[in-house]
Design a binder for this molecule. Structure first.
Ligand code: BJ8
Length: 423
């Protein structure tokens, strides 16, 4: 990445020495994990470019938008409504939370035995390491899990934070509460952006995000073909970049990639041999740049063909009903979509088990790796439900929990290798 960005990073108040070390680390790990894969689709070139400019071009775009009066919203969860933010002229950016680089900074305030995703984003702010974080006008948190909910209290001492209350049960009362929470968020977002939410703007932005989700649905469905035209690692990267790239440009790049993958499928071209053992994952999100599990699996020669994850199917499977003809009706439709995303913060959460079984059947996977980030109570406790349901269906499952460190790489290889042997 060009040194021309140094004044921009300095202007954002970054700790340049730490930031240099982070970029050096990314430059070291990206080529062997990504660029050395055989037979990648050419369309991945755009996404490699995005990574080569990870803290450059997109951050500059955000700052240019801000200079014209736009506001930037940072998020960590699917339950923050992107369509409302963009309808108000804001930009929604999913913030980095997938590396242990910032763990030491986080542990100044937070306990060691906490989910690595929370420590990652908290440490990025505390250590002044992430330019995206510093470019945001507001971080929008949510009361999904206790770790995030309590971490936002500390974060609020360092950065403007707004927390949306996400209910944990699905009934008429909580649906009303959730709709009220969206209304309250709209008031706060209107105040920040200086714009009013209109039916026309919301409709346009519901469409914008639906088109993006549908493109991702189609791309991810192509992975189910045998041989799979794109590696799980590459698909994961696309799904990660969805959170922070410009939505129009991103969708156009996904459509180009999926057309290429369609041609590959027609010609029987794949990135793994036909009949290779295919696996899918279920569980906690793979925040960028967490590529560890996919790298372990695909290094073994087994393509990952689906993720039941917020960086995966939970992100794109459900679209918003575009048919309501007034603002209230469209907001109801936006609100309804969130109750069809089955995060483990909900109780009970039987629908998630159905989603995993459904994805397993569609994807042609031979087994499920049920993956949980260490110390993530909702997904760790729900893991037993996942195992029980999959065993009842006769679906092989291996539950794993892991953090962002590379210390267990060999152990994961051994466990997944033994699982594949057993299939
Ligand atoms: S909708 S999965 S993005 S909450 S991994 S921080 S739950 S302790 S990320 Fe999530 Fe929204 Fe749900 Fe998706 Fe807490 Fe667990 Fe950490 Fe988690």
């Amino acid at each position: 990445m060009s040194d021309d960005y140094r004044p921009m990073w300095a202007g954002l108040g970054l700790d340049l020495e730490k930031h240099d070390r982070l970029l050096a680390l990314l430059n070291e790990v990206y080529p062997p994990i990504y660029l050395e894969q055989a037979d990648r689709p050419e369309g991945m070139g755009y996404f490699d470019f995005v990574i080569s400019e990870i803290h450059g071009l997109r951050v500059k775009e955000l700052l240019d938008h801000k200079a014209k009066g736009a506001r930037v919203f940072g998020t960590f969860c699917l339950y923050v409504p992107d369509e409302i933010i963009t309808a108000l002229g804001g930009i929604s950016v999913g913030l980095c939370a997938g590396t242990d680089f910032s763990e030491a900074d986080a542990e100044v305030d937070l306990p060691r035995n906490l989910c690595p995703l929370i420590k990652s984003f908290y440490g990025f702010k505390k250590g002044r390491i992430c330019p995206y974080f510093e470019a945001t006008d507001l971080v929008v948190g949510e009361t999904t899990c206790d770790g995030k909910t309590k971490a936002y209290e500390h974060l609020g001492g360092m950065h403007p934070v707004y927390v949306i209350e996400v209910p944990h049960r699905k009934n008429d009362d909580t649906r009303k509460l959730w709709r009220t929470e969206l209304d309250k968020f709209i008031v706060a977002a209107q105040k920040l952006t200086g714009n009013r939410l209109t039916y026309e703007k919301l409709k346009e932005n519901v469409r914008l995000h639906n088109v993006k989700r549908r493109a991702l649905q189609r791309l991810n469905a192509l992975r189910w073909k045998d041989p799979t035209p794109i590696s799980g690692k590459d698909a994961l990267l696309v799904n990660q970049i969805a959170f922070y790239d410009d939505p129009v440009r991103f969708t156009a790049s996904v459509e180009k990639l999926l057309e290429e993958c369609e041609r590959r499928v027609e010609k029987g071209v794949g990135v793994f041999p036909k009949n290779a053992v295919r696996l899918m994952t279920s569980g906690t999100p793979f925040a960028i740049p967490n590529w560890k599990l996919h790298h372990v699996i695909e290094t073994g020669g087994w393509p990952v063909v689906a993720e039941e994850s917020c960086v995966g199917s939970r992100y794109f499977s459900v679209t918003v009903d575009e048919s309501p003809g007034d603002l209230g009706g469209l907001l109801d439709a936006v609100a309804r979509r969130f109750f069809d995303i089955h995060c483990a913060c909900f109780t009970p959460n039987a629908e998630r088990m159905d989603d995993i079984v459904d994805l397993y059947k569609k994807s042609g996977a031979r087994g499920v790796i049920n993956y949980t980030l260490s110390f993530c109570t909702p997904y760790l406790v729900e893991a037993r439900h996942v195992e029980n349901r999959l065993k009842k269906e006769g679906i092989p499952v291996l539950s794993l929990d892991s953090d962002y460190g590379m210390g267990d790489f060999g152990q994961l290889q051994t466990r997944i290798g033994a699982f594949v042997e057993s299939l």
